[in-house]
Design a protein around this ligand. Structure first.
Ligand SMILES: O=C(O)c1cc(=O)[nH]c(=O)n1[C@@H]1O[C@H](COP(=O)(O)O)[C@@H](O)[C@H]1O
Length: 283
């Protein structure tokens, strides 16, 4: 894999619009598709998503938890999903929010981001709340392998601000994460490219980016913005939150798109509708 993650993702966003389609096989969704909530139903659901999304969307984000809930057979389905998306050339972001002490983080990095990873993704979501530098093995290995990471900064859930807005001196926790990503993307930024260290900033965080004084535009970070759709985030919310950094934003939507299933053509239409709206906004 020679081309860096940031440039591959930017090309996919230009081609398909800045939408990431999430594969979150909730029990209620599987059942609403007329499937049984078991490994067979999971597999049918997830592979239908692959059929609809592969080659049609900038990125696909399978949520690991919904596969892990079925044990090793569910993880095998996740591995198949990643393999089929990889074969189609679609950018994959595995949402597993890994974060641990550095020596353990190294094993997570080997598991998902190494050239030898058994079931690699193009990028992995990671959690910095054991300290940004604890993530170093994943950040560095991703860069070396042409892969990426998305570091949680301002999450879309109501509980996030109690940690992420906290300050030490003048700097908020989120601010220190944004500063870390900017430093790790400095070389890509100097070349005018997106870097391999992305940030997660929810589409629902409202004025927090501005209030905390975060300059996302200076980070060269791709910004994954979950919360678009089912959690209430829309284009107006994205504009309020990201403004001039809009060119870096990859909005992510799961339930709103998945509710259009099970017919693949309806999923394809749902993705196209969201991608169109986002493309108009990002211009
Ligand atoms: O990292 C994420 O993707 C994520 C971060 C965040 O702050 N909020 C958030 O909702 N997510 C994930 O994004 C997806 C949102 O799904 P929907 O609300 O159904 O679109 C879920 O897989 C969440 O785990």
């Amino acid at each position: 894999m020679t081309e860096p993650f940031g440039t591959r993702l930017a090309a996919a966003m230009r081609r398909h619009g800045p939408l990431c389609a999430g594969i979150d096989p909730h029990r209620s969704l599987i059942e609403s598709w007329g499937l049984t909530y078991d490994v067979g139903g999971l597999e049918r659901f997830a592979l239908t998503c692959v059929e609809a999304f592969a080659g049609r969307v900038a990125a696909v984000k399978p949520q690991s938890a919904f596969f892990e809930v079925f044990g090793s057979r569910g993880v095998a389905v996740l591995e198949r999903v990643l393999a089929e998306l990889r074969e189609s050339g679609t950018v994959t972001i595995l949402d597993a929010k890994r974060g641990d002490i550095g020596s353990t983080m190294d094993a997570y990095a080997q598991a998902y981001l190494a050239p030898t990873a058994p079931s690699p993704a193009d990028a992995l979501t990671i959690s910095p709340f054991l300290g940004y530098e604890a993530l170093r093995p994943a950040i560095d290995l991703a860069g070396q392998s042409g892969r990426g990471v998305f570091v949680l900064a301002l999450t879309s859930n109501l509980e996030g601000p109690s940690v992420q807005h906290a300050r030490r001196g003048d700097e908020s926790v989120a601010g220190s994460i944004v500063r870390g990503a900017a430093a790790d993307n400095a070389a890509a930024r100097a070349r005018g490219h997106l870097g391999h260290v992305g940030l997660v900033v929810g589409a629902t965080v409202g004025p927090a980016v501005a209030e905390l004084g975060l300059d996302l535009g200076a980070t060269a970070a791709p910004v994954l913005a979950p919360g678009f759709g089912a959690q209430g985030g829309d284009v107006a919310a994205l504009e309020r939150t990201f403004g001039s950094a809009r060119g870096q934003v990859l909005a992510s939507s799961s339930r709103e798109i998945l509710a259009a299933g099970p017919e693949p053509h309806r999923l394809i239409d749902a993705v196209a509708r969201s991608a169109d709206v986002l493309t108009q906004w990002a211009r």
